[in-house]
Design a protein around this ligand. Structure first.
Ligand code: ATP
Ligand code: MG
Length: 573
């Protein structure tokens, strides 16, 4: 491809709204343009990268025995009503009506669509296992689209849904996807860490996210170097210290605490550690108030609380609700005298003795608070947020924290959808059973951005050869007719060898051309300039290492093949 005929609109300046490297570089290297908030146009170069990622995804899915389908992106409300998710999906799902008033959703995911389709094409255990996938657009009205294509409103996802007769079958399907995902990301040049993830309200019992370690990641990962435990913060547990010996018990006393509201205020006021406070927070879970109580030195993990309650919505209560429920201003809630609303205690609370908590009265706290004596613990769960340095829940070693970008997610779903949507098959005994499902997603555009996050320098992108839009960036620097002819000749030679080459034949200064070559970051740069015209040797430079060599015309194709092969071997599985 000649650059004079192929739009690669590189930019000298960073776009003003781009705060992360991948966003900045995708725009500056001419891969994409912003259409509107959370919506991007892929220019030819960006499209080529997307296609290469998609090819790798497809090859590995096919190799794992999955079969490709294509679902409509416009999905009927009826389909979503069958599973009950028309009501529960919330504002992320974009809903529209047609001219007859019929309602649809622009699919944010396709569990219902696949379950519905599979229901109509299989009937017997002999048809299973089946792993059906597609590579298709998803729509999500994200509250905060950001970081370019990392969180956008419209994106391409590879989503797969496995159907098995039993848990054993599901385990096999799940492991096959786990292996496929590791292969896909390795081949794309991405280092990923699979971490245990929360199964939330999706109804399953095991889930892992594939995380790309990155400072800009929205997720916090807790990692144990000692035993290999890895979980995202939503899911992570931690080892609890053994319960300290209790007693003697102090008397329960009201203490006047004017304007002492936060844990910091309390620590100063009482002159003790935060761990003896019973921090009590009011939430609204599916419309009803709930109090969560935890030691003052820890924070509540709202995902764990939500899962424990089986709630689909969980929000902090407003100040006015807190006042209504506790009969006191915010900052004075507590569980003493067995509160009337449902209260969930973190498992650490029962170990607190002679604690301090709000008295549900303005400017009053209790001291000498003892669980069992001053309140009863009925609902008890691990609802604490794990943080860096917490002991690993498996081996007790201190955990490290790292930020990560989620690029893929694998999930054991169980029979939630096959049951609610009436998908059944006959087993070997002729009995009707609901297949057990798994679902598996990869964000293609987010993967592209994550690759750039991991592979760039000040000059621009450094594409792993496996997903590079082209392999070779050929720079012609001659101005005279004969010099241009010689560069054209090298271009023809590389192209005829079947190597993907972008030829910078534009009439621009060498500095500008080299700047663009670095910015776009193709793996190999070949320069046909003064040296070539004088000695017949072209300069060949690797973008990844900066290594430079001189190569004669007759050796160019074979040398490029060898370099591309060496680069490819870095990302082979
Ligand atoms: P997140 O927590 O980042 O919102 P999710 O848990 O909603 O992700 P899934 O429903 O598991 O994501 O979707 C599968 C994959 O689709 C994700 O791992 C991610 O790579 C990609 N993805 C999800 N939402 C977006 C988005 N708004 N823009 C781009 N890619 C996305
Ligand atoms: Mg999401």
């Amino acid at each position: 491809m000649r650059l004079s005929r192929y739009p690669v609109p590189t930019l000298k300046e960073d776009p003003s709204d781009a705060v992360v490297a991948s966003h900045r570089l995708m725009i500056r290297a001419g891969l994409a343009r912003k259409e509107a908030a959370g919506m991007y146009v892929y220019l030819p170069l960006g499209l080529r990268v997307l296609r290469k990622i998609i090819d790798i995804v497809r090859q590995e899915m096919d190799a794992a025995g999955a079969v490709e389908f294509l679902m409509p992106e416009l999905t009927t409300a009826d389909l979503w009503k069958e599973s009950g998710r028309w009501e529960t999906m919330g504002p992320e799902m974009i809903r529209i009506k047609d001219r007859n008033g019929l309602e649809y959703a622009l699919a944010p995911t396709h569990e219902e669509a696949f379950t519905g389709t599979v229901r109509s094409i299989i009937s017997s255990y002999k048809d299973l296992p089946l792993n059906a996938y597609q590579i298709n657009t998803k729509f999500r009205d994200e509250i905060r689209p950001r970081y370019g294509v990392i969180r956008s409103k419209e994106f391409i996802m590879k989503d797969a849904y496995s159907f098995d007769m039993d848990d054993e079958g599901l385990e096999k399907s799940y492991q096959a996807m786990r292996t496929a995902y590791r292969n896909i990301f390795k081949r794309c040049g991405l280092e990923t860490i699979p971490v245990e993830a929360d199964t939330g309200t999706m109804g399953g019992n095991q889930s892992e996210e594939f995380m790309v370690p990155s400072e800009i990641g929205e997720e916090l990962l807790l990692l144990c170097d000692s035993c290999g435990y890895r979980a995202n913060q939503e899911k992570a547990g931690f080892g609890r210290a053994p319960a300290p010996a209790k007693g003697p018990f102090e008397e329960l006393k009201e203490v006047s605490t004017p304007d002492v509201k936060t844990i910091d205020d309390l620590v100063k006021f009482f002159g003790c550690g935060a761990d003896i406070f019973l921090k009590s927070i009011i939430y609204i879970a599916d419309g009803a108030p709930v109090m969560a109580v935890i030691a003052g030195d820890r924070d509540i993990n709202e995902h764990k609380l939500k899962s424990f309650l089986g709630a689909s919505e969980l929000d902090l209560a407003s100040d006015s609700t807190v006042e209504e429920v506790t009969k006191a201003p915010v900052g004075f809630a507590g569980p003493v005298n067995d509160f009337k609303i449902r209260t969930v205690f973190d498992i650490g609370v029962r170990d607190i003795s002679n604690g301090i908590t709000g008295a549900n009265k303005k400017d009053v706290h209790y001291s000498g608070v003892n669980p069992g004596r001053d309140f009863h613990i009925k609902d008890e769960a691990d609802i604490a947020l794990a943080v860096e340095e917490d002991p690993c829940p498996k081996c007790g070693a201190a955990m490290k924290a790292r930020r990560g970008i989620e690029v893929g997610h694998i999930f054991k779903l169980g029979n939630k959808y096959s049951k609610s949507m009436g998908l059944t098959v006959l087993d070997a005994q002729g009995k009707s059973v609901h297949p057990i499902m798994g679902c598996y997603g990869i964000g293609v555009n987010r993967t592209l951005a994550a690759i750039i996050e991991q592979h760039h320098d000040e000059g621009g992108i450094i594409w792993p050869v496996t997903v590079a839009p082209f392999h070779v960036w050929l720079v012609g620097l001659g101005k005279a007719e004969e010099e241009i002819r010689q560069a054209d000749e090298i271009y023809g030679l590389i192209r005829e060898a079947g190597i993907e080459v972008l030829y910078d034949d534009r009439k621009l200064s060498p500095g500008f051309k080299f700047g663009d070559a670095d910015m776009v970051g193709l793996p190999v740069r070949v320069t046909v300039g003064k040296n070539y015209f004088q000695t017949g040797e072209a300069e060949v430079k690797l973008r990844s290492s900066g290594a430079v060599e001189k190569v004669r015309k007759d050796d160019i194709a074979s040398r490029l093949f060898a370099l591309i092969e060496t680069e490819t071997s870095r990302f082979r599985i």
